[in-house]
Design a protein around this ligand. Structure first.
Ligand code: 13P
Ligand code: SF4
Length: 363
């Protein structure tokens, strides 16, 4: 009689027992059959991480198997950057897109940073280059440059301070005060720039970049969902156009939206953002019904469990940043990280009231 070879990917009783607490979180999203395929990979990845002194930083847009199964730190861009700087693992596997991995490398150049798929880009990061920023600075001398963290290391190196969706208003106001100006360049997301401009008296100079996921939403999406579900609470990411933000009940970073859902007591929620957000928040918000629409980010979806496993086993793909630009890029990111947590209440409701405020577009 032939005996079946035991592969490291078998759904053994040991794997089943070790991964049972994870399945508890995923069971509304993953069928028992799918779980028999996912659980052994999760088990192996978690074992490899310990052996290799590696951590996985998983963005809120990772699929639930990654987010709940293997992520050591999960969160928004700001949270992941903070963690890259302070974690003491030797290897960081970025569960996210390339600019996030570069940010980790900038903040922790002595660590090995791996990304499971080099094609995991971002439409905002590819909308602007370091050379573009140099020209912008010539055109607007003395005006501070704030760049969204969704940019390449080259762009960060030309920047005075970075921001994320969690702190953009605070960073813009800080930069204006430090430089003693009433104008700030905020690039490359034109919609984030317009949404910030409606929450501050600082004049904003913007670039015509956009997130390919969030720019596709419009206010009609919200009107339709409100007509069908009048009690639903609508949350939108600040990369959405201003009319979408104005029609929503709350806007904030991916982590801020998740926190709002778990604390709000809302029963029906619409997350105007990437689809995995609601799948991941479900585990912490039992009883909340998440309604569509949502859009998938094709770049984030390049990161898979199998890719993470291969990344650890084959030590691929190592993310490098030119050592000559690291100090300047690190200064811009570190300035942002060092800002105190914001104490001013969110001003997103001003986006509704100040629809007349616009930005100066760099042409
Ligand atoms: P957060 O910083 O809010 O996590 O957003 C990152 C991102 O890429 C959203 O599209
Ligand atoms: Fe970039 Fe948009 Fe994808 Fe975020 S969701 S990584 S901003 S393309």
């Amino acid at each position: 009689m032939k005996t079946r070879a035991t592969t490291p990917f078998a759904f053994t009783p040991e794997v089943e027992a070790a991964t049972a607490p994870i399945y508890e979180k995923l069971k509304t999203k993953v069928s028992p059959l799918e779980w028999q395929l996912q659980a052994p990979l999760i088990f192996e990845i978690n074992r490899l991480k310990k052996d290799m002194n590696a951590v996985i930083l998983a963005h809120n847009y990772m699929t639930p198997d990654i987010f709940h199964g293997v992520g050591d730190y999960v969160g928004d861009s700001l949270g992941l950057a903070r963690e890259a700087a302070r974690c003491d693992a030797q290897i960081i596997v970025q569960g996210g897109v390339h600019f996030m991995a570069e940010t980790s490398k900038i903040l922790a150049p002595e660590k090995t940073v791996l990304i499971p798929d080099l094609r995991a880009g971002c439409s905002l990061a590819s909308s602007i280059t370091g050379a573009d920023v140099r020209l912008i600075k010539q055109r607007y001398p003395g005006v501070p440059v704030v760049t969204y963290v969704n940019t390449t290391a080259d762009v960060k190196a030309e920047t005075d301070i970075c921001c994320t969706s969690a702190n953009a208003v605070q960073v813009v106001e800080w930069a204006a005060k430090e430089w003693g100006t009433d104008r700030v360049i905020l690039i490359p997301d034109q919609f984030l720039a317009k949404n910030v401009a409606r929450q501050t008296d600082i004049k904003i100079i913007a670039w015509a970049g956009a997130c390919e996921v969030h720019e596709r939403f419009d206010a009609d999406d919200i009107a339709e969902v409100r007509a069908a579900y009048p009690g639903a609470v609508v949350l939108a990411h600040p990369e959405c156009p201003p009319d979408v933000i104005a029609a929503s009940d709350f806007t904030g970073s991916t982590t801020a939206m998740g926190d709002f859902v778990t604390k709000s007591g809302a029963k029906q929620v619409v997350l105007i953002t990437e689809c995995s957000m609601s799948d991941n928040v479900t585990a912490d918000a039992p009883g909340v019904e998440f309604l569509r629409p949502c859009n998938l980010c094709p770049h984030m979806k390049r990161i898979t469990l199998q890719g993470i496993y291969d990344s650890l086993v084959k030590h691929q793909y190592e993310v490098t940043v030119d050592p000559a630009i690291i100090p300047r890029a690190a200064l811009a990111v570190q300035r942002m990280i060092d800002m105190p947590p914001t104490t001013t209440p969110a001003r997103y409701d001003m986006v509704k009231a100040r629809h007349h405020v616009d930005v100066e577009m760099i042409s």
